[in-house]
Ligand binder design. Sequence first.
Ligand SMILES: CC(C)(COP(=O)(O)OP(=O)(O)OC[C@H]1O[C@@H](n2cnc3c(N)ncnc32)[C@H](O)[C@@H]1OP(=O)(O)O)[C@@H](O)C(=O)NCCC(=O)NCCS
Length: 187
Amino acid sequence: MTGSALLPGSVLLRPLEVGDAPALLSAYLRSREHLRPFEPVRPDSFWTLAGQQSRLDKMVREMKEGRLLACAMLQDVRMLGCATLNSIALGPFCNASLGYWVDPAEIGRGLASAAVAALCQIADQELGLHRIEASTSPLNVASQRVLAKNGFEQWGTAPKYLHINGRWQDSYLFQRILNDRPPSLLS
Ligand SMILES: CC(C)(COP(=O)(O)OP(=O)(O)OC[C@H]1O[C@@H](n2cnc3c(N)ncnc32)[C@H](O)[C@@H]1OP(=O)(O)O)[C@@H](O)C(=O)NCCC(=O)NCCS
C-alpha cells in the first residue's frame, strides 16, 4: 500500500483509514497532556468519537486527492502515534510539511525517527517530492533531534509563527532537500 512501511519493533506505519477513529481517539486521549505544549488548543469535539470520525473522513478525502499523507504507527490494533505529510504540493514546489507525535508511553524507542525516515523515503520515491519542511518549538529538543537525525537542516527562526497551547509562539524552521530531480511534467 502506498505510504506504508515496517518500523523497528514490528510497528506498522500505514495511511489512516476511516475505521481508525476509535484507536485514534484512544491514542489522543492517552497523549493529551503530553501533546498540550506542542499543539493548538483543540475544540471539545476533538476529544469525541464523532469529532475524530469527522477529522478522519476529511483526511481520507484529502489523501485521495493527493494533498495529504497521514499515517498511523500501529502495534497490532494499538495506535502508538502518527506521522503526516501535510499540504502536499507538486508543480515547481514539490513540497510537503511534516508533523508527528508519539504516545508518551512509547517515546524514546526511536519510533518518531523511524517514521520520519520512512516518510522521507515515501515522499522521494513514491510521491515525487523535492523538499520537506518542518517546524519545532525552540524548547522541543526531542523533535529537533528527530529532524537532525533525518538530515533536516534549520534554515530560519520565525517569531510568533504558530498559535500553540494558547499563545503565539516562535518556531525553528527546518527543511530537507530530498533530491534534485526536476518536477514531473505530469504534475
Ligand atoms: C518529539 C517526539 C515525536 C519524539 O518521539 P520519539 O519516538 O521519542 O523520538 P525518537 O525516539 O525517535 O528520538 C528522540 C530523540 O530525542 C532525544 N531526546 C529526547 N528528549 C530529549 C531532551 N530533553 N534533550 C535532548 N535530547 C532528547 C532522544 O534521546 C532521541 O535521540 P537519540 O536517538 O539520539 O538518543 C515525541 O516526544 C512527541 O510526541 N512529542 C510531543 C509532540 C511533538 O513534539 N511533536 C513534534 C512537533 S514539531
